[in-house]
Design a protein around this ligand. Structure first.
Ligand code: MG
Length: 122
């Protein structure tokens, strides 16, 4: 198996384990098997918004002061994505590479089609 797939899946497992250990999956009585998926997706989105704000203002991160806010917030978004994915038993490593291969074949991802009228500009 592609070592990157193994790495992604391992990182996702680490992110979920850290979230469980940090009490984010604890309801005060015990570990919850599931959390509100809408809430988790909004939390992911909030990290992306923070990354945008960091990029817009050219800010450095306030926690990891040697890194840009954009870089750290993107990491936060991935941490949250991996936590959610692992909680659902998703295997993002395989899915990311499967989707990359699929996207290579998509007509709307080809530069010639993108440059046509009505093509995706970004
Ligand atoms: Mg953050």
């Amino acid at each position: 198996m592609n070592q990157n797939i193994i790495g992604i899946n391992g990182c996702a497992k680490d992110c979920h384990e850290a979230a469980v250990k940090g009490g984010w999956w604890h309801d005060g009585k015990g570990i919850k098997k599931d959390r509100n998926v809408g809430e988790l997706l909004c939390l992911i989105h909030s990290e992306i918004s923070e990354a945008m704000e960091g990029a817009r203002k050219g800010l450095m991160d306030t926690h990891l002061k040697h890194k840009s806010m954009m870089e750290v917030e993107l990491a936060d978004a991935i941490i949250r994505i991996f936590d959610l994915a692992e909680s659902r038993g998703f295997k993002l490593g395989e899915t990311i590479y499967e989707k990359l291969e699929y996207n290579k074949l998509r007509a709307d991802h080809q530069i010639n089609n993108r440059l046509k009228k009505g093509g995706k500009k970004f």
